[in-house]
Design a protein around this ligand. Structure first.
Ligand code: PHE
Length: 478
């Protein structure tokens, strides 16, 4: 990763005194990542997930392509970077899981650690359900399912395949168990031997697959039309809602307000630069989102008669439209299998980070052993995930305003709880804890302009923006 990209972040890092070896007192620190690279790849593995590969491309298409990308990048180098840095710093400074971390910042805020923990607890079961769908599609392409691939596949068969699959009571649960077992199998082996090692293998592989698919798709006739839509900003399409959508997506994509970055930060070595790592994670996350969009948008433009409206359909894009696109590509069966393998790896490293956030709390506060904590979480994922999965079949009667059980979990976590958690995190860090020593942890020079900038972002700008997301999330729904 090049250290001299993105000027603003680069400057901040320069003012920071990089690589100090100074040791501040940290009581009972977890055993953590063995290297800088291990930390960055694990955190990037968490950040790069379904949000990048699935949500970002269709949001970009819905909100005017290039202009959305521009807003996204502007927000990533400002608010996104600051919040990511802050969360990592809270973790590393305290060396604790999320509950211990907030208690260490201010004993009055122990309760807030529990509130934060609700986020990964809600997300992990349904994220695993969607992970299971991805596994199903990977196998469908490998085995060459006629509904998706070959002459027999049409829009109707693809649609029917997806709906029959998710409404089946057993099949989705079977695949979701495979995904959940894979997640827990990694976490149970520990931070260094499990999470760090798998991230070091999967992330470079992920990059290779993504770049290969991007180049392959862009070489297809007609693809350039889609590239233009995505890259060239049309300023007339800019609106306040573009900004809000970009910010909401950024937030989810960087795994903020999920306890993850605090947990991973607590495993980070003291002599690693936080700003530099945060910069590398942000660049990696944004690059994957852009590459994913450059796979999906051009391929739709090349092969779908009404690409724009296909893109705007949103969620069904990956499972219904995209397989048809692959079917039209030369070697589509292999390309489809490789694409879903990519999505599988990306989702797996994200799921791992969610589980680890919960495991670290169980170990620290209840003194559980790692494997006991993992077994407990697996049981929980299976129980709650099965309910979410059945929400598309036998339990579809349970829905509020057309939202399935899975949608309800997603709405509650993303639109309500996560903005609240982010706002309170900023408020605690900015007003109710020793913000100076947090800034020291980030290595921002005392009295320096970046320290002031950082504090202003944490105290005023970020919480206000999050409030805007929260309010708009509520209003758009009702
Ligand atoms: N950043 C992840 C993504 O883009 C979001 C996420 C992380 C979701 C971890 C769940 C678990 O998909």
């Amino acid at each position: 990763m090049n250290d001299n990209d993105t000027p603003l972040i680069g400057e901040i890092a320069e003012e920071a005194v990089e690589e100090t070896s100074e040791q501040t007192e940290t009581p009972k620190k977890h055993k953590g990542f063995s290297s800088k690279l291990g930390f960055v790849l694990a955190a990037a593995g968490s950040a790069v997930g379904l949000g990048n590969l699935w949500k970002f491309p269709y949001l970009a298409a819905q909100y005017g392509g290039g202009i959305f990308l521009l807003c996204y990048i502007a927000l990533a180098v400002t608010i996104g970077f600051v919040l990511l840095t802050l969360e990592i710093a809270i973790g590393r400074k305290t060396g604790k899981s999320v509950i211990g971390a907030f208690t260490a910042l201010n004993r009055k805020f122990r309760w807030f650690g529990f509130v934060c923990l609700v986020v990964p607890i809600i997300i992990v079961p349904y994220y695993n359900v969607i992970g299971g769908w991805v596994v199903r599609y990977m196998f469908a392409f490998i085995s060459g399912a006629g509904e998706l691939i070959g002459e027999t596949a049409t829009a109707a068969t693809s649609d029917a395949f997806f709906n029959a699959f998710i409404s089946n009571p057993w099949q989705p649960i079977l695949f979701f168990l495979i995904f959940a077992a894979a997640t827990v199998a990694v976490v149970v082996t520990g931070v260094q031997k499990g999470i760090e090692r798998i991230s070091k293998i999967l992330m470079p592989l992920l990059a290779l697959i993504a770049v290969f698919l991007m180049i392959y798709v862009m070489c297809q006739p007609g693809a350039m039309e889609g590239v233009k839509v995505f890259l060239v900003p049309d300023f007339s399409k800019f609106s306040f809602s573009t900004l809000l959508a970009a910010l909401g997506q950024l937030f989810y994509s960087m795994s903020l307000a999920m306890c993850i970055m605090i947990t991973y930060g607590s495993y980070m070595k003291k002599n690693t630069s936080i700003t530099k790592s945060a910069r590398q994670i942000s660049i990696c996350d944004t690059a994957f989102a852009i590459v994913a969009a450059l796979i999906i948008i051009p391929s739709l433009f090349a092969f779908t008669p009404d690409a724009q409206s296909a893109m705007e359909k949103g969620p069904p894009l990956m499972f219904i439209q995209l397989p048809l696109v692959f079917n039209k590509l030369p070697g589509g069966r292999a390309i489809g299998a490789i694409f879903f393998l990519l999505v599988f790896f990306a989702a797996l490293t994200s799921s791992i980070s969610l589980v680890e956030a919960i495991v670290s709390v169980l170990r620290e506060t209840l003194g559980m052993r790692r494997w006991t904590a993992c077994a407990l979480i697996l049981g929980f994922i299976v129980a709650v995930g099965s309910i979410a999965s059945l929400g598309f079949g036998p339990l579809s009667v349970i829905n509020i305003a057309g939202k399935t059980i899975l949608d309800m979990f997603d709405y509650f976590a993303n639109n309500l709880l996560m903005p609240v958690v982010a706002i309170i995190t900023c408020v605690i860090a900015g007003y109710f804890s020793d913000s100076d020593s947090l800034m020291d942890e980030i290595n921002l020079k005392k009295g320096g302009v970046y320290r002031k900038y950082f504090l202003a972002m944490v105290r005023y700008v970020a919480p206000l923006c999050m409030l805007a997301i929260l309010i708009s999330g509520i209003f758009m729904e009702f």
